[in-house]
Write a protein that binds this ligand. Structure first.
Ligand code: NAD
Length: 262
């Protein structure tokens, strides 16, 4: 018997990386899954891989109507939503304030904050009526950059600090009916892209020199977790039975960055 038997989760950005690992793990734990994913190619792959266990909606988390479509489609197929996971995100590949081109400030800020901050906010707004019915829960994918410097440039770090704010504010506002928590992964090898406004839409971690060593050496445990290795934290937070007293909590899954010396 899985931890999430009979539950339904809606996950944004399930096309690769942490989101895709979450789909696999939540299905193993007995859940049915709705997905909101932007990439047409990844949408097709998900449908082929998971068949009727998932309902995949192609759309953009920055648009309220796409979030609403994903909610409606998930409820049409599976009858309810117990957990919303706001996970879709993009990175800034460490572009510093000094290196951010003046003429691209507006567009890169809007694009990155659109996906990383507006996305989880709009998702939560769209799913709220359904979560009130099930007394469900919300989990946001944060990042080590939600807590510490040097996990990105100013755009990414500020966006993930904003997600910490969303966890805290929504946990406060939506109690006692809905629990709101987060998981903050550290460096993980995925397909993570950057904003097209900075020409980073095809940038991937594998193109960064020695990325694995960089990730390993900056955390005390010297680990580079796979996406799958973060999923237990989400399973715990999604299970009302197993984490009923937890809200406003963010589980740091980053190799112990909080205990390194600065
Ligand atoms: P990923 O690129 O493999 O997965 C992100 C998915 O979101 C992709 O399938 C992408 O197509 C989708 N997506 C992007 N923009 C979207 C949009 N506007 N609408 C709908 N879907 C969209 O990367 P990942 O590393 O698995 O990222 C997942 C989350 O984890 C992000 O929030 C990221 O910031 C966070 N994170 C990643 C790392 C890391 O090192 N990989 C570390 C900490 C936090």
């Amino acid at each position: 018997m899985g931890w999430l038997e009979g539950k339904v989760a809606l996950i944004t950005g399930g096309g690769s990386g942490i989101g895709r690992a979450l789909i696999e793990r939540f299905i193993d734990e007995g859940a049915s899954i709705g997905v909101l994913e932007r990439s047409e190619e990844k949408v097709k792959e998900l449908q082929e891989q998971f068949g009727k266990k998932v309902v995949v909606v192609q759309g953009d988390v920055t648009l309220l109507e796409d979030n609403e479509r994903a909610v409606a489609e998930t409820v049409r197929v599976f009858g309810k939503i117990d957990t919303f996971i706001g996970n879709a995100g993009i990175f800034d590949y460490f572009v510093s304030l000094l290196d951010l081109p003046k003429e691209k400030l507006d567009t890169s800020f809007d694009e990155l904050f659109g996906v990383n901050v507006k996305g989880p906010l709009y998702g939560a707004k769209a799913v709220l009526p359904e979560l009130l019915k099930t007394q469900g829960n919300i989990i946001f994918t944060v990042s080590n950059a939600g807590f510490y410097p040097a996990g990105g440039g100013p755009l990414y770090t500020a966006s993930k600090h904003a997600v910490v704010g969303l966890v805290r504010e929504l946990a406060y506002e939506l109690s006692p009916k809905i629990r709101v928590n987060g998981v903050a992964p550290g460096g993980t090898l995925t397909d993570l892209r950057g904003p097209s406004a900075l020409g980073q839409e095809k940038q991937t971690q594998s193109k960064v020199d020695n990325i694995k060593d960089l990730m390993k050496t900056t955390n005390p445990l010297h680990v580079v977790p796979s996406p799958k290795q973060h999923t237990s934290a989400y399973v715990l937070l999604a299970s009302n039975k197993d984490s009923m007293a937890m809200t406003g909590v963010i589980i740091n899954s980053d190799g112990g960055l909080g205990v390194r010396g600065f």
